[in-house]
Design a binder for this molecule. Structure first.
Ligand code: AMP
Ligand code: GLY
Length: 457
């Protein structure tokens, strides 16, 4: 179907289309809020969603990682498009099953999702596509792992081969810890030892229809739990978009994006297509800008979380049109999506004990007051209804990353101020958030406009 397709469908449904969004968290909430903000009144369902998402659209409590359950729901609702948020359903083959029923799906089949599901597979594709990345070896024994650690030297980078829910990567100068991590993941199925890459990280999302790619605007993620990038890695504690300092390094943000498409995105999509496993969905390029240029540190097969919360509010082109065009092989010949020049800052509120052992079940108060600030919205990651809550707007935290506070303004300074004012209005016992999200880029904004930050961001 062409993308006149979505306009025709929109007319058929008196202005909107039927979309099923699969996934439980803040990324899915961000996708849904963007779709709801479009002119056409789309008919959106989320599965399983959460208590916060349920305030905006109907949620159906199924196991979205189960191909049969997800397919039954999509067929039963007679949707025009399914958008798959997280990696687990992709790797479980949910896209394959729904696609087999003739329903357009935004999200790759299982085989192409291995780009995220196996770091060894990703390295092989990168090597075939001549993509710039760090040297790495897949160790088959502890001896091989130790040899590679000594060969590359400290800091050591040790990665689980398969999906590990953010716990698979260890970057450390402690050789014993590196060896222990390698030993643990060897026993679980596989481990990679990688060369350490030094530089600033950038997340760039590319939409793909299996052949063509279109870029979204870049974002910066903050992966460590504590300020100044200290403490363990998490799923992501905050983000901002765009990344003005890229312009200083590459001439313009567009020049940077063009280089990533030419040297990373398009070659990878072509190799996957040639192998008979076309990638339809979102190719998340996790990049480090080193002194020697752009290097890939990882691919994901889906929108990033929390970067999506920062990127999508700036998207001007209708998201439904882009997702539907990607799902139906129709991205070719389209202009790059348009973004507003506004700055967004997203700060994640996490439960006490996150990431190791989050304490759940605690009441969250003050959501209405946070949301009341103009320019601020919330996306929920792990919230549940509390039957005995003390106030009407109270929910309970049901996981590690609880929600994202997203602020949008014409400067990073203003967006940051708003985001932190809002998050301080929310109370969750033991709740934690980083206080330095977008701090360096805000300082750069007020000194030399758009300068590359000197510190580690
Ligand atoms: P990944 O899950 O592969 O994105 O790794 C998680 C985080 O570990 C990345 O966001 C980086 O901060 C860090 N990391 C991963 N690979 C490397 C590398 N080769 N060199 C330096 N840091 C890395
Ligand atoms: N923010 C990192 C990820 O989505 O994997």
């Amino acid at each position: 179907m062409t993308s006149a397709g979505i306009a025709a469908l929109a007319t058929q449904y008196a202005g909107g289309v039927k979309i099923l969004v699969l996934g439980p968290g803040a990324r899915e909430h961000a996708i849904i809020l963007r779709l709801l903000a479009e002119q056409e009144p789309h008919d959106i369902t989320c599965a399983p969603g959460n208590a916060g998402i349920a305030l905006d659209v109907p949620c159906v409590n199924i196991d979205a990682n189960d191909p049969d359950a997800a397919t039954s729901l999509a067929v039963g609702l007679d949707v025009d498009l399914v958008v798959i948020g997280p990696e687990a359903p992709l790797v479980a083959g949910v896209a394959d099953a729904i696609r087999a029923r003739g329903i357009p799906v935004f999200g790759p089949n299982r085989a192409a999702a291995m780009l995220e599901g196996s770091k060894d597979f990703a390295k092989r594709i990168m090597s075939e596509a001549l993509v710039p990345t760090g040297r790495a070896i897949t160790a088959l024994s502890l001896l091989e792992a130790e040899t590679a650690l000594d060969d590359y030297g400290a800091p050591y980078v040790v990665k689980a081969d398969g999906l590990a829910a953010g716990k698979g990567v260890l970057v450390t100068t402690d050789r014993d810890a590196a060896v222990a991590h390698a030993s643990h993941w060897l026993a679980q199925g596989g481990v990679l030892i990688e060369e350490f890459l030094n530089g600033h990280e950038v997340s760039l999302f590319l939409l793909s229809d299996g052949h063509h790619v279109l870029p979204l605007s870049p974002a910066q993620d903050f992966k460590r739990i504590f300020d100044n990038d200290e403490g363990p890695n998490t799923g992501g504690m905050g983000a901002y978009s765009p990344m003005p300092w890229l312009a200083q390094r590459f001439g313009s943000e567009e020049a940077f994006v063009r280089e990533v498409i030419d040297t990373v995105g398009q070659p990878v999509i072509r190799v996957l297509e040639a192998e008979g496993t076309p990638f339809v969905g979102l190719l998340y390029c996790g990049l480090i800008i080193t002194a020697d240029g752009i290097r890939v540190i990882e691919f994901n097969a889906r929108f990033g979380d929390p970067e999506t919360q920062a990127v999508l509010p700036r998207l001007v082109t209708p998201l439904s049109e882009l997702l539907f065009a990607a799902a139906t092989g129709d991205l070719g010949g389209r202009p790059w999506p348009e973004f507003s020049a506004d700055r967004t800052v997203c700060v994640v509120l996490a439960s006490e004990g996150y990431p190791e052992s989050p304490v759940t079940g605690r009441e969250i108060v003050g959501l209405e007051s946070a949301r009341a600030l103009a320019g601020v919205h919330l996306t929920h990651a792990a919230t549940a209804a509390a039957s005995d809550a003390s106030t009407d707007d109270a929910l309970i935290a049901s996981g590690g990353r609880v929600l994202s506070v997203v602020a949008r303004a014409t400067s990073f300074g203003a967006a940051r101020e708003l985001a932190y004012t809002a998050i301080r209005r929310i109370s969750l016992d033991g709740g934690q958030f980083r206080s330095d999200i977008a701090a360096v880029v805000t300082a750069a904004e007020s000194k030399i406009a758009d300068a590359e930050p000197a510190g580690h961001i």
